[in-house]
Every structure is written in C-alpha cells, then in structure tokens.
Design a protein around this ligand. Structure first.
Ligand code: G6P
Length: 366
C-alpha cells in the first residue's frame, strides 16, 4: 500500500496532505518529544568549531539548503555557502579547511550531488548527507547520514520530501547553534518547542485550500507569474515558482523582493500575477512596500501572510491567511499554500501532475 493514492486524485495531492505526519516523523528522528532535547549525534557533524559550511544540492533540495543558510547563520553564526551541485563540481571550488559539506537529496542518487559529495570526500572534507532514501548512494557514502522520514515520494515534483528536509535542517542548525554556544539552553528549547508545533500548524494551513483553488483557477489564464519573498522567504519564492513551472507549465520566477526594482518590475502589467510570501516578521514592512510598488503598476497580488500581516497589509490584495508561527516554522508552514497553488493550477490545466513532461524523479545522469 506504499504506492496507493489513498483515495486522492494524484500522488502529489496525497503527499501534500501527508505532511503533518511526514514532518512529525522526521522531527521525531531529531528531537525527543519527552524532554524536547536533541537525539541525534550532533557532535559528529564537525560543526562545533567549523568556520564554514557548504550546502550542495539540486532542484527543490537546493532550495531547502538555501533556506537552511538563513538558519545556520542566524541560530549558529555559521557561514554557509549554498551551491547547485552541477556548478559546484566543475568550478574547482575552494573547499573549507575547517568546515563541513552538507548534501541534501531526496533520492540520494542525483548524479551531480553524488559527484560533488565524492569530490569533497576525496579532498578530506567531512560530508553530511540529509537524504530520504536510506539505502541510496549519498546516504551510504556520506560520513554522516541524517535521515528525512518523508516516506516514499512518488510525485515527480517534490513536496513532503522538501518539508522533511527543512525540518531536519532546522534541527541541525539549532543543534549547531547550541554546540557553538550561540543559543542558550532556554533559547534552544524554545525553538525546539516551536518546531514540534509544525505538524499541527500544517494541518491548520490546509484550511486555505478552497481559497487557493479559486486563485489557481485564475492563474491558468496567465503565462508568467512572479513569486517574491525576502529573507528566508526568498528561497521559498524560488521553490514556489519551480513547482508551478514543473507541473502547470507556466513560466514563473522567484525573486528576492528587494531585487524587484533591479529588473522584474519592468515585467509588471495590468493583471500580472504576483505571489508574495510574507508572514509577519521584522522584514514585513519592507516586503509590503515592494508589494505596493507592483500593485501600483496593476499587478494582481496574492499575499500569503498571517493574521498580523493581513491586518497591516491594507486592501487590494488576495490575502491567504496562514497560522501565526515562530520564524523557524514559517517557511515550512508557508510552503504548503505554494504547493497547493501549483497543484490546483496543474489540475485545472489538465497536465500530468505526477509525471510532468520531460522531468524525472531522480536525475541519475548528467
Ligand atoms: C529532480 C526532481 C526534483 C528534485 C531534484 C533533486 O529534478 O524532479 O523533485 O528536487 O531532482 O533530486 P534529489 O533526489 O537529489 O533531491
């Protein structure tokens, strides 16, 4: 029954709705629910005294790594360089002398990511694999294998593997922060409690689905969609755009909100759809001023935010209200509306959602 759609139309739909469980399962691999302490061998990661971490991956896994950069820097004061595996491996990268390399992969078989891992190992860099398929090459070859427990992901477009990767990476970043003395025990415990709330918050955010379906119907008329985000929502904007391209075949770009005026604002016309992910945080006002800039030029803005953000944003936008959550939970919870938006748009378009044209679940050749 591992490959059963459980009454859903597509595996992707099933996998989106499985995320409360797949995230909970993954978190339980890292956190003890009893005393809210870490249960994985964080000391073996070599991050305590590291001066640099490189994070290498492809596709959606790359965006998980790109989000984790914000966490490692913020919570562990650890410099992170994120790289697309196909770029990293051929660039003659300057490897960390006193650091580690992190490889994020659902399948554990992506050719470029595996080659990048081997390159690091051959050059004496400690390698950490965050992998969903435990018997895969990357899981076996990494010095340390940290699991995501998303379970088998059948839909080619990654959903539950992504949120499992984010969940694991959040734990790793917090554990690194604790070992490096950046986070106090209380601060760490507080963040851990917020992580443990994510499965419930994902359940709650599913309630936006009817609203998202409405927005998806409108998206089918468009050829270009712009996704915006700032800070930790910038990688999520790119991931949201990737989902829409992959399964709905609509051109989409994810941009850092602050870069808007350096190019993409030139594309805005009357009715151009702009999807903004901005739950309230210290950058919210800055993002909203970008939203006002595109709205003033006729963009049809969908704002994915929380109650506080919705109250501050003003009128004139399609607002999708997600539950209020701690900053560390926000990008994980906010991923769900973006997945649902791509999914329902693809369903309206009548594409092959689980097996989109030209794409493979695992890219094992260059
Ligand atoms: C392919 C899949 C994506 C995935 C990427 C990386 O492009 O279609 O969903 O994100 O490969 O795969 P990996 O197995 O390394 O996470």
């Amino acid at each position: 029954d591992l490959v059963d759609k459980a009454g859903r139309r597509h595996f992707m739909e099933k996998e989106i709705h499985e995320q409360p469980e797949s995230v909970a399962r993954t978190l339980s691999q890292y956190i003890s629910a009893v005393d809210e302490g870490f249960t994985f061998p964080a000391g073996e990661l070599g991050l305590k005294n590291a001066d640099r971490l490189i994070a290498v991956a492809c596709g959606t896994a790359f965006y998980a790594g790109a989000t984790a950069k914000y966490w490692f820097e913020r919570y562990a004061r650890l410099a992170v360089e994120v790289d697309i595996a196909s770029e990293f491996r051929y660039r003659q990268p300057a490897l960390p002398q006193n650091g580690a390399a992190l490889f994020v992969s659902q399948s554990g078989e992506t050719a470029d990511t595996l080659a990048a891992l081997r390159h690091c190992k051959e050059n004496g860099v400690r390698t950490i694999g965050v992998v969903n398929v435990p018997e895969s090459s990357i899981a076996r070859e990494a010095d340390v294998h940290l699991r995501t427990l998303a379970g088998p992901e059948i839909g080619v477009a990654s959903t539950k593997a992504y949120t499992a990767q984010l969940s694991a990476l959040a734990c790793i970043a917090l554990a690194a922060g604790a070992s490096r003395g950046v986070m106090t025990a209380e601060e760490t415990a507080d963040k851990v409690r917020h992580l443990l709330e994510i499965p419930r918050l994902i359940n709650e955010v599913m309630q936006v689905e009817p609203k998202i379906e409405e927005l998806a119907r409108a998206l089918t008329r468009h050829k270009d969609v712009l996704y915006l985000g700032r800070g930790q929502f910038f990688p999520l904007a790119m991931e949201g755009a990737l989902k829409l391209k992959e399964i709905a075949y609509i051109h989409a770009e994810g941009y850092a909100a602050g870069e808007l005026k350096h190019g993409p604002i030139a594309l805005i016309e009357e009715g151009t759809p702009v999807i903004v992910t901005a739950p309230w945080d210290e950058l919210f006002e800055k993002t909203i001023s970008n939203v006002q800039e595109v709205a003033a030029r006729g963009a049809d803005v969908t704002l994915i935010t929380d109650a506080k953000g919705a109250g501050l944003a003003g009128d004139g936008y399609n607002v999708v209200v997600m539950p209020t959550c701690d900053p560390i939970a926000q990008p994980i919870v906010a991923a769900i509306p973006l997945q649902l938006l791509a999914y329902h748009t693809a369903v309206f378009m009548g594409t092959d959602v689980d097996q989109p044209r030209n794409l493979a679940k695992s890219v094992t050749v260059e």
